[in-house]
Design a protein around this ligand. Sequence first.
Ligand SMILES: NC(=O)c1ccc[n+]([C@@H]2O[C@H](COP(=O)([O-])OP(=O)(O)OC[C@H]3O[C@@H](n4cnc5c(N)ncnc54)[C@H](O)[C@@H]3O)[C@@H](O)[C@H]2O)c1
Length: 274
Amino acid sequence: MARLAGQVALVTGAGRGIGASLAQQLAAEGAQVVVNDLDAEPTQQTVDAIVAAGGKAVACPGNVTAGDFPKRFVGCALETFGGLHIIVNNAGYIWNGPLHKITDEQWDAIQDVHLKAPFRILREAFSYIRDQAATEAATQRRVQRKVVNISSISGTRGSAGQANYAAAKAGLVGLTKTLAKEWGRYSVNVNCVAFGFIETRLTQEIKGETAIAIEGRQHRVGLLAEGRAATVAQIPLGRVGTPREAAGGVLLLCLPEADYITGQVLEVSGGLTM
Ligand SMILES: NC(=O)c1ccc[n+]([C@@H]2O[C@H](COP(=O)([O-])OP(=O)(O)OC[C@H]3O[C@@H](n4cnc5c(N)ncnc54)[C@H](O)[C@@H]3O)[C@@H](O)[C@H]2O)c1
């Protein structure tokens, strides 16, 4: 059953990991997906996987923090698929350190990608959503749109070594709860999903120099084997989550079954509370 048939979904950071899985799950439910990632090649790979499975998708590569990105992203959805129903703010990375070693650049970069970019994308989408909601209300055809902002249990619970990231992810909770109140009148559900420990490149086991490239910088990511084992030992379900399981938590909040759920933070963490 295609529960999202006729809907258009926008997903940032969907070239890899949880976002890539989510884009494919949304498409499998019938949504037409606008796939974004910083890196063009993985963006196209997600689009190709969706199309190969019989779905519809378009690539919109680019940095979510770029000044012109929100206009391009929303414009891509409207021009390619003629609508906009689901927005998932998922793109991001970590740039960890103890608070006393976090530079201004490091702080700002993490706020920009995790908090300011979602704010700017949602602000860009506002006028279309407001006007559509008015038209739909006038014709007795209410359409329940969905926003899901991706947070972390670092934001909801705190995490040593991630002051910049935790602050940005906690900020998303405030943004979510506020927008749920502002946009309820336009029939938009705004929720947050906070992940725990999910198996992606951000949490991979460190072997030698494990780094990812972001805007020309190299960021060390991953956990040492002992650190990973210690974290897994605290997860009530006893294992790391898969990207598919993490994306499943987001999908739930995009489905018609979630039409009366708004302003919530759903922790998808196997019970991990840090
Ligand atoms: N993996 C976890 O355990 C975990 C835990 C909590 C929260 N999260 C959050 O989940 C989201 C997805 O992370 P993931 O684990 O799938 O990581 P990932 O690195 O596998 O995927 C994230 C994607 O976002 C893209 N991206 C990064 N910066 C971008 C930018 N400026 N513009 C556009 N795209 C950008 C990357 O290129 C990458 O493909 C992130 O917001 C992350 O903070 C992950």
